[in-house]
Structures are given as C-alpha cells and as structure tokens.
Write a protein that binds this ligand. Structure first.
Ligand code: NAI
Length: 336
C-alpha cells in the first residue's frame, strides 16, 4: 500500500522532472501582482517548480521583500523584483493575479472598473516586451478581463488567441475535491472538466464526463453544480472581509502554469480547461478542455458530448458570457 500510494507517485514525479535539470534550462515566469494574497504563495510555488529558471516579480508594493524572502529557498531558480517592463520582458509565461478581490456581498462583476484598468496597462506592457508569452489571467472578472487583454493585443497588432488564457483551474480543482468527498475517494483520482466561464452560472461542471464515472441523482447533480458555482463565495464569506480564495487559487494557478510549461517543453497530451477566444461554445470566448503545446493552445477539444442538464446550463450561460465579453471589448475600444 505504501509503495502504490507514496513511493510509486514519487518515482513518477522524479521521472517527469528528470529530463529538466531545474533552474539551468527552464523558463522565465513573470508574476504581476506578486505581493498579494494569491501572488505570494503562487510565487513560492513557482520558485519550487523545476521548470522555472527565472522568476520575475512585479507589484506596486512589497516585491523586494517577497523576492528576498523567496531567494533563500534552496532551488536554482533566480528570483528578483523588477519594474514592469523588465519583469515581463521575454517572459515565457506571465501570470496575472494583480487587482482587487471580492468582499462579502460583491459579485465578480463589481470588480470590473478597478481591475479593467490594471490589466489593460499590464497587457499593453506585455504587448510591447513579451508578445510571445503565454499569458494566464487570474484577475476577476475573468469573463471580461480576458477579452480586455485580447483587445489590447489586437490594437498592438500582437494578438495570438492561442497564447491568452483565463485561469479557471480552481473550478476544476474544487469540482475534483467535492466529487471525491462525495465518492469517498482520493481527489487525485478524479477529473471533472469544467466549461463556460468563471462566474456564477457560467461555471459549468460536466459531471456526466467525470472520471471516474459518477452516478448521482438529478437532485445531487443540481446541488453539486450549485456548490461548485458558489464555491468562491463560500470562501469570501468564510474570510469575512479579508479577501477571496488565495491559497487554493495559488495551487490552481501553479498547476495551470506547470501544464503550460509542460506544453512548451513539447510534452504530449497535456490537457487543461481554460477560458480562451474560441468558436466552440456559442460566445466568442469559452472555457473548454485544451491540448497545450509549444505555442500555447495546440488543439481546442470543444464542448464534447453534453447531457440535457448540461446543454441547458450552456444555453443559460451564453447570454451572460456575451454581455461580459462585450463589456471587456467596449472598455478597450471606448477608452479615453
Ligand atoms: P490582493 O489584493 O491580495 O492582491 C492583489 C495584488 O495586486 C496586490 O499586491 C496589489 O498591490 C497588486 N496590484 C494592484 N494593482 C496592480 C498593478 N497595476 N500592477 C501590479 N500589481 C498590482 O488580491 P488577491 O486575493 O491576490 O486576488 C487577486 C485577483 O484574483 C482578484 O481580482 C481576485 O478576484 C482574483 N481571483 C481569481 C480567481 C480565479 O479563479 N480566477 C480566484 C480568486 C481570486
């Protein structure tokens, strides 16, 4: 039992990393918003990732302290605080958790005005100094912020839809955890694809396509879907004014960034769900499972087969997504 549960996974992990000598031959990762609730634990996880050779931290505050602290961790990865252009320059992966989080009673849309400006500026800098980077957007409202980044890139003539991602991984991580709890199995054995967007009813877990198969009743499926859609609010309320999900989000972003880098290294069959510009889902941006490769999205696997309940969820999400997307597009095009 110890062999199969502990030693075997450890050997597997070592094999996976064995062809990467760590800091020497890995990637440059930049984090914008590195001193925040998500940014700090995410920076730590990236400092510990053997695919990262250089970690550049950018924030409006506290980055020298965060970088000095992380620099004492015994890994090869170089870490430094940088001003925005230097931090982003030639980065392979840019992760963006910059912006304000929700407080109890707020929706993700309530963050739009502040966060839209922050991300627009970061995207303009990325277009200038790192047009080939894979950009992973954590900042909410993801449904509108990803279109903002894409519009900025279009204006700069640097748009590549394969390289810009809205990070929805936390929805998958939560789905896996909640389904595993219900089945009383190890969450590592569960995979639930989540499609649509990243707010309220646009978050659509595909429980019919869960691995292993689940045989929940209709009531259980409705309750599980609602819990996954409201899980962010569960954390916001539990934190009672001290912010939103940070630790689980840092974990989820680290998992997503690791997958982006596995794709960049040419590994095969690296699949993650993410919110991207797409013609797959009835809105011009949609989260679906994606095969990741050397240039970002290698293949969009689309919606796949849905049951009647999931089809209705998609139908209900589309008008919300269209409105969220339009808000992002208008923000950039009407900016004065
Ligand atoms: P936080 O307030 O703790 O940290 C945000 C950081 O961004 C701060 O250190 C701040 O100084 C920095 N910042 C602000 N303006 C900046 C700028 N122009 N350039 C660089 N850095 C800037 O917030 P937290 O909890 O880390 O959340 C960050 C964002 O992530 C929020 O918008 C939140 O809603 C979102 N989020 C997204 C999730 C997802 O699943 N995609 C899950 C949880 C949160």
């Amino acid at each position: 039992k110890i062999f199969s549960q502990v030693i075997k996974p450890f050997i597997h992990l070592c094999n996976r990393f064995s062809s990467c000598k760590g800091g020497e031959e890995g990637f440059k990762v930049a984090i914008a918003g590195a001193s925040g609730g998500i940014g700090q634990p995410l920076s730590m996880l990236m400092k510990m990732n053997p695919f990262v050779k250089e970690l550049s931290l950018f924030d409006l505050q506290h980055t020298p302290g965060v970088a000095a602290d992380l620099s004492h961790i015994e890994t090869l990865c170089k870490v430094g605080p940088d001003q925005i252009y230097k931090a982003l320059k030639d980065a392979n992966v840019i992760i963006v958790p910059a912006g304000v989080p929700r407080k109890p009673g707020m929706t993700r849309d309530d963050l739009f005005n502040v966060n839209a400006n922050i991300v627009k500026e970061l995207a303009e800098a990325a277009a200038e100094v790192a047009p080939k980077a894979l950009i992973a957007i954590i900042t909410n409202p993801v449904n509108s912020v990803v279109p903002i980044v894409c519009e900025v890139m279009k204006k700069a003539d640097k748009f590549d839809p394969k390289r810009i991602f809205g990070v929805t991984t936390l929805d998958i991580v939560r789905s896996n955890t909640f389904v595993a709890e219900a089945l009383k199995i190890n969450p590592k054995e569960v995979n639930v694809p989540v499609i649509g967007g990243h707010a309220g009813n646009t978050i659509i877990p595909l429980l019919s396509r869960s691995t292993p198969r689940v045989s929940f009743s209709d009531e259980q499926i409705i309750a599980m879907t609602k819990r996954i859609q409201n899980a962010g609010t569960e954390v916001v309320e539990a934190k009672a004014g001290a912010g939103s999900a940070t630790l689980s989000m840092a974990y989820a972003a680290a998992r997503f960034a690791n997958s982006l880098m596995r794709g960049l290294r040419g590994e095969q069959n690296v699949i993650e769900c993410s919110y991207v510009a797409s013609d797959c889902g009835g809105a011009s941006y949609f989260a679906t499972p994606l095969v990741l490769g050397k240039d970002g999205v290698k293949e969009n696997l689309g919606l796949g087969e849905l049951n009647d309940f999931e089809k209705k969820e998609v139908e209900a999400a589309i008008p919300v997504l269209i409105e969220n997307i339009q808000a992002g597009v208008d923000f950039v095009n009407n900016f004065k």
